[in-house]
Design a protein around this ligand. Structure first.
Ligand SMILES: [Fe+2]
Ligand SMILES: [Fe+2]
Length: 374
């Protein structure tokens, strides 16, 4: 039974918690049932939920959010578990990597080093406060920590290989093809950070969906994937296998981030069907097509002359193929019909789903028995 009882709970008003007084007596309902002041799962809403306090984790309504949370926890890893000795040896040698191969690795480290921060900040500052559901917020907390682990990875790689940190961490405004992707995203965060922004009303809900599509579908679902292919192609050649293994873990995490985002977007659409207009759908298709152009330009910029097995032209088909897969997951028509030129990526992703695929895990987590308090 669904109940509405704004008089008994902590209410979430914007991001301000308001405590209101409990009722003087438990009212008798007309059907003889007693209103205990407790909620049922049906009252929960993904956005604009005034009737259920966001601290109310149980009863869970959105079981997919909890599943994604458990899967994320089951995949826990730390970048420092991956030994970098072989990568250091390869990077320092004069003959194992060509200048073009070094460029591919550097550009991808530079893109991801900052992209992980952009995603984390968008979750914490923009998405979290407007998702009015406890089980989704539980997942967002887990995802935010995973993004911190991904940022940690790039610091660890820069330190291990002795790279110029200023070069890697400034590419997001010094390399035009990276800056263009990041500006596309940062503009979306700014819209939500406008102090007048609210998800209430037609335009607000659409702007929020645009942010979710911009981050989950475009950033984590399209902008990350050329980099995954490029870095994992070295791993396939038994080069830079430490970074390759870290990218496999990141890819595994990002697959869950993408799936959560798709469930969240489709859930908001289902609860607010009036905002998913034909005009808005076309606007989202156009944005995804623009992101495909930016991603192809980025891939070509990483591969001006190509390296063994990879060239910029292959990424035209690849990025279009990936974008089609994302479009169909949120109920939009595919646009390209391109074939995947890297079928091995599917195998890598299947491998990523397996629970125990750590190749080189060197540390165990501390158990309570191993902790020392003095
Ligand atoms: Fe990430
Ligand atoms: Fe992510």
């Amino acid at each position: 039974m669904s109940t509405s009882h704004s008089d008994t709970q902590l209410l979430n008003v914007g991001d301000t918690m308001v405590v209101s007084s409990p009722p003087a007596a438990v009212p008798d309902l007309h059907d003889g049932q007693v209103d205990t002041g407790r909620i049922d799962a049906d009252s929960k809403r993904l956005i604009n939920c005034a009737q259920v306090d966001v601290n109310q984790l149980m009863p869970i309504k959105y079981k997919w959010a909890w599943e994604h949370y458990l899967n994320g926890c089951a995949n826990h890893w730390m970048p420092t578990e991956v030994p970098m000795t072989k990568d250091i040896e390869t990077w320092r040698s004069q003959e194992k990597l060509t200048p073009d191969e070094r460029l591919v690795i550097m550009r991808n480290l530079g893109f991801f080093a900052t992209a992980e921060s952009l995603v984390a900040n968008n979750i914490v500052l923009a998405i979290f406060q407007h998702v009015t559901n406890a089980e989704c917020r539980q997942y967002l907390l887990r995802q935010a920590f995973e993004e911190a682990i991904h940022s940690h990875t790039f610091l660890y790689v820069v330190e291990s290989l002795g790279l110029a940190e200023g070069e890697v961490f400034n590419m997001y405004h010094e390399i035009p093809s990276i800056a263009a992707k990041d500006k596309f995203e940062m503009d979306l965060t700014s819209e939500i950070l406008d102090p007048n922004f609210t998800t209430e009303g037609f335009a607000g809900a659409q702007t929020f969906l645009k942010n979710l599509i911009g981050y989950y579908i475009i950033m984590e679902g399209i902008f990350f994937y050329s980099g995954f292919v490029m870095v994992l192609s070295f791993h396939r050649r038994n080069l830079m296998t430490g970074i390759g293994e870290q990218f496999q873990y990141i890819l595994r995490d990002e697959t869950i981030h993408l799936n959560f985002g798709i469930d969240l977007i489709n859930g908001i659409k289902a609860e607010n069907p009036e905002v998913w207009t034909a005009e808005f759908q076309q606007e989202m298709i156009n944005r995804i097509k623009r992101s495909v152009e930016l991603e192809i330009a980025y891939a070509q910029d990483c591969l001006p002359r190509g390296i063994l097995g990879l060239n910029g032209d292959l990424f035209v088909d690849y990025v279009q193929h990936v974008a089609d897969r994302r479009l169909e997951r949120i109920g939009l028509p595919t646009q390209y019909g391109s074939k995947n030129p890297f079928p091995w990526m599917s195998e890598t992703m299947d491998l990523s789903k397996e629970k125990n695929f750590f190749e080189t895990r060197v540390t165990e987590y501390q158990s309570s028995g191993a902790l020392s308090w003095d």
